[in-house]
Design a protein around this ligand. Structure first.
Ligand code: ASP
Ligand code: MG
Length: 429
């Protein structure tokens, strides 16, 4: 058993989905294969926008029609590229999904708002993966002569009810995955499922956090004791920096789980940070390969020793630096910090870097207006607060003097921190 994960860029239109089919046919394993699919292109962002408008009681029909049109066009083009596909049947299936999305939005606005913003978010934003999986599984079914089955992720992956960040119930997921995958494998070789989604015990949809489809692939691989996982991306493998931001990047041909976990944790966008642990736990190797050049070697992430790695550069934008000072100039004590940490956890803000001095404590977090204000409201009474938004956090993993000089040149640093292997700083945009 192998697991493949195809991200948003690799299914962004009909031509990309055909390319996915060719990769599976030409490079896929002999044995069974589970394929995890992300939403097409920027669909998740579009759904977030639609949900926000609906939640605020505003109109969203233009945005919804654009999203429907995008998927409809992909259906038409896909049926052109793979002529055995029945366009009318595919269109009917898509329309069922779009109708149920728009009913859910209307129900929310007119009848009953979800209990929390986050709960409604999962019900709506999950449609991205439902659309893409319909298209990808239909394409594979006709392209590979009926050896493919779609198994909804909500049946496989059981989570709790922590909306937008569902925690996996590993024992239930293992049982369900084995049961449904084995059933499907009786007359199929390939199973397609939605990335990013899970289901609660009562059948509501949850999501695993943005970019969570990598994690889905790892969860399924763990539960199925898969031989390997391959993530197909638009880059040549795991690089030491994002080529859209940094010039002259290098690819790591081979890298350990631990190094990769750290890079993902610091914000390297190549792999979702939670992906590595389940794989490392069962010693399942992870390959990162380019869907544009499937022959190329890519990166192999597994349990290995390697000599010193080239410094990795990681940039996180849209950061906020929050500083808390005690109002009476007393020292920042462990008790004060406990209050601050509790408020951060409650607001679901994750600390990217932190630093303390005698009378103040600073944290750098991803900016979210809603969450930052929730935090400030809780802490305002007890602390004097300062915050700056629109900042960037840079991390250099395995730094040397030259890499620090190169990255900090000409920048005004608001916070800086260095450990044995990592150099981090926060600066204005
Ligand atoms: N579609 C989701 C997102 O864009 C999940 C994923 O792509 O991994 O966040
Ligand atoms: Mg995506």
């Amino acid at each position: 058993m192998q697991v493949y994960k195809f991200g948003g860029a690799s299914v962004k239109d009909a031509a990309a989905i055909l390319n996915l089919c060719r990769i599976v046919r030409d490079h896929g394993p002999q044995g069974p294969l589970v394929i995890v699919v992300s939403a097409m292109g920027k669909t998740t962002n579009a759904l977030e926008e639609i949900y926000d408008l609906a939640y605020l009681g505003e109109g969203y029909s233009a945005q919804l029609s654009a999203l429907e049109g995008y998927h409809e066009q992909a259906c038409v083009e896909l049926a052109n590229l793979i002529p055995t596909i029945s366009l009318s049947q595919l269109q009917r299936q898509l329309q069922q999904l779009t109708a149920s999305l728009s009913e859910e939005l209307q129900f929310m606005q007119l009848v009953h708002m979800p209990e929390t913003y986050d709960q409604g978010y999962d019900q709506i934003v999950s449609y991205g993966e439902r659309f893409s999986t319909l298209l990808a599984s239909t394409a594979l079914t006709y392209f590979l002569s009926f050896t493919t089955r779609h198994v909804p992720a909500q049946l496989l992956l059981r989570t709790d009810e922590v909306w937008r960040e569902g925690k996996v119930n590993w024992s239930a997921t293992e049982v369900q995955t084995e049961e449904f995958v084995n059933k499907a494998l009786v007359d199929a070789k390939i199973i397609v499922t939605e990335g990013f989604l899970g289901g609660t015990a009562v059948g509501l949809t949850t999501t695993l956090g943005r970019e969570g489809s990598d994690y889905t692939a790892a969860i399924l691989a763990y539960c199925l004791r898969a031989e390997s996982v391959t993530i197909w991306k638009d880059v040549a493998g795991l690089l030491n920096a994002d080529p859209k931001i940094f010039a002259d990047t290098v690819r790591y041909p081979e890298i350990s789980y631990r190094e990769t976990i750290e890079m993902a944790y610091y914000g390297a966008s190549v792999i979702h940070p939670k992906t590595l642990k389940p794989l490392a736990d069962r010693g399942i190797p992870l390959r990162v390969k380019s869907f544009l050049d499937p022959e190329a070697e890519g990166t192999l992430i597994h349990d290995c020793q390697h000599p010193a790695l080239a410094p990795a550069f990681i940039r996180k934008t849209d950061q906020t630096l929050l500083s808390f000072a005690s109002k009476d100039f007393s020292f920042i004590s462990e008790e004060n910090m406990a209050v601050i940490f509790a408020a951060l956890a409650q607001a679901k803000l994750k600390i990217n870097v932190m630093q303390n001095s005698a009378i103040s404590f600073s944290v750098c977090v991803d900016y979210s207006e809603r969450r930052v204000h929730q935090l400030l409201d809780v802490l305002r009474e007890q602390f004097t607060l300062h915050y700056n938004t629109g900042l960037t956090l840079f991390t250099i993993k395995n730094y040397d003097a030259a890499s620090i000089a190169r990255l900090t040149e000409g920048k005004r640093l608001l916070l800086e921190q260095r450990t044995r292997s990592t150099f981090q700083f926060v600066c204005a945009a």
